[in-house]
Write a protein that binds this ligand. Structure first.
Ligand SMILES: [Zn+2]
Length: 124
């Protein structure tokens, strides 16, 4: 599979409401990550682009791409980054936020290639 990672560098991971904070997908109430924090991301390849699926804070970090999120036929990866305030255009307002958090570096933790993962028939 392609190196999932290069093209994700610089991608915005905050929210339009607060571009300087990222949230974990696995808290009942939003848990906020800021510059310098480690963020894990589950990403998948859709139409030749890597799309983030879920954010994981340090408390919700995992060692391998979660089996329940795998999809057969789709390249997926679990990556880790240290959040940096490098600035980005916000996806919704399209305004530039100079302190917006982005993916600054990438470590691949695990991959689920398109020949791995759950098939639709595995989900009754
Ligand atoms: Zn969390």
């Amino acid at each position: 599979m392609d190196d999932p990672c290069r093209e994700l560098i610089g991608q915005f991971v905050g929210s339009d409401v607060d571009p300087c904070a990222a949230t974990c997908s696995f808290h009942d109430r939003p848990c906020t990550l800021s510059s310098g924090d480690t963020l894990q991301l589950e990403v998948e390849r859709v139409d030749a682009e890597w799309i983030p699926l879920f954010h994981r804070c340090a408390a919700h970090a995992v060692a391998a791409f979660p089996d329940e999120h795998t999809v057969y036929g789709v390249n997926q990866a679990l990556i880790e980054t240290t959040l940096q305030p490098t600035g980005a255009f916000l996806p919704q307002s399209r305004e530039y936020a100079p302190e917006a958090l982005t993916i600054a570096d990438i470590t691949i933790v695990d991959v689920s290639t398109e020949t791995e993962g759950r098939k639709p028939t595995d989900h009754p």
